[in-house]
Design a protein. Structure first.
Length: 461
């Protein structure tokens, strides 16, 4: 308050349009102003504060340009679904407008990402690659989260490419850029996706090279596994185990599998554990270790279910039932809470009926269920591989029950009962004798089986 007149700090833009004259450190009001006749003295310690907001017209023009770019993006985004060609032109306008404004990268990055997706949707994969190169050039101008989301979105949209070489080009461009920017985490996850593509296409040599590169990033300088990178190691081993399954490299599988079990005790990533357990089940099946396979498949089933992959969980449940029957287990897998969720599914219901027929030694129903295409039991090549083992198991049980009341029985009669050739009956009988399930002698010349009388107080089998 100066001379009874309130004094308030203000910017020059807010000040009275009438000028103030300053003489010897004293501000004098101009004639006709509200402060006429008043003077304000300023000491050396006083300071007249104001701020320079720049040229308002220039700022307003910049704001208008920014709004124009943003509006152009949303206009293009509105047309993306129904009018892709128009949207492409409008997204290009966004890129042009923001580029003209300077170095700021916001809307053109989003626009280029949308253009990559649209080009892929329209089947223009050369244009898609060109736009993707342009998008990658801005990766160091945005946050790592934005870069990661953009790359994952592009790879997802590129997966629709009918020409696999085009999809591989997108992956290669991505990996080159990530190596240049030293984004190791995103490089690893993208490399894993490419490895899964190679696995799906059966490109074993490419898969081997990529697995070696991935494994190297999870090792210490001395070449041993870096356990602190357990999650990445588990992903690498999951890929290698699947490759071993495809190439039937059981020796390498047996070497890797224990390592994965050590890692899974500390790392609970159900996606990788599901894949590893499934592969372990297949390994045990190949070795005819049915009970071990049953346990592994059941773990895989639960982990697939936990990740929400119901399609793969259903396949695993079929394998659980298959291994359960081959192991001659008394455990009913459908008693578990997890399996009951699928009991009304037609394909799972068919497997449940197959198990019931197996328990009852009902060969007729087993044949009907396995030969009727509508049940889709043999549509899975893995199940088809073990069909003969399954049928042999049930035939052994039926044969053992059939000969029990006899001391001498015709081989032809047994063949008719089992609906198989005589040679198959002899093979089954030999197995029962060697397994000490029956005490008998085969007379191949006369075509009879002579069963030994059971000792007093008991019998074989």
């Amino acid at each position: 308050d100066v001379h009874g007149i309130p004094f308030q700090r203000c910017s020059l833009a807010q000040a009275s349009p009438l000028p103030l004259a300053c003489t010897g450190g004293v501000f004098l009001s101009a004639p006709g102003s509200a402060f006429q006749g008043a003077s304000v003295s300023m000491s050396d310690s006083d300071e007249f504060e104001y701020e320079d907001d720049g040229d308002p017209a220039e700022e307003e023009e910049g704001d208008e340009e920014a709004i124009q770019v943003e509006n152009a993006f949303y206009e293009a985004d509105d047309n993306r679904q129904n009018y892709p060609e128009r949207a492409l032109e409008q997204f290009q306008k966004v890129v042009t407008l923001e580029t003209a404004r300077g170095t700021e990268v916001v809307w053109r990055f989003k626009a280029l990402q949308s253009m990559v997706g649209l080009c892929g949707r329209l089947g223009r994969f050369d244009d898609m690659a060109a736009r993707y190169r342009e998008l990658l050039s801005y990766m160091d101008k945005v946050t790592r989260n934005d870069a990661s989301e953009a790359i994952n979105a592009v790879l997802d949209s590129a997966s629709s490419a009918s020409d696999v070489s085009k999809l591989e080009t997108i992956y290669e461009l991505t990996l080159e850029n990530l190596q240049a920017t030293s984004n190791q985490r995103l490089w690893f996850s993208t490399s894993v996706k490419l490895a899964k593509l190679h696995l799906e296409l059966g490109e074993v040599h490419k898969l081997q090279r990529l697995i070696r590169s991935l494994h190297k990033t999870c090792q210490k300088p001395d070449g041993t596994d870096d356990i602190s990178k357990g999650s990445q190691l588990l992903e690498v081993y999951a890929l290698e185990i699947q490759m071993c399954t495809v190439t039937k490299n059981s020796l390498r599988m047996k070497e890797i599998y224990p390592k994965t079990m050590e890692l899974t005790t500390a790392i609970a990533d159900p996606r990788n554990i599901a894949v590893i357990r499934e592969s372990g089940g297949k390994m045990y099946m190949a070795e005819k270790k049915w009970e071990g396979a049953y346990n592994e498949f059941f773990e895989a089933f639960k982990n697939y279910q936990e990740t929400g992959n119901s399609g793969r969980a259903k396949v695993m449940l079929k394998y659980v039932v298959l291994a359960n029957m081959l192991a001659l287990s008394d455990i009913n897998p459908f008693d578990s809470r997890e399996a009951k969720v699928y009991q009304d599914d037609p394909e799972i219901s068919a497997m449940a009926n197959l198990r019931t027929a197996f328990e009852q030694n009902d060969i007729g129903t087993v044949d009907k269920l396995t030969t009727n295409a509508s049940y889709k039991i043999l549509s899975d090549p893995f199940i088809r591989t073990y069909l003969q083992d399954l049928l042999r198991n049930i035939r052994l049980q039926v044969l053992q029950n059939t000969i029990r009341p006899y001391r001498c029985v015709s081989l032809q009669f047994l063949a008719t009962e089992l609906n198989v050739e005589s040679e198959e009956v002899i093979s089954l009988l030999v197995q029962l004798i060697l397994d000490e399930k029956i005490a008998a002698k085969i007379d191949g010349t006369a075509g009879f089986l002579h069963v030994d009388a059971p000792p007093e107080g008991g019998g074989v089998g």
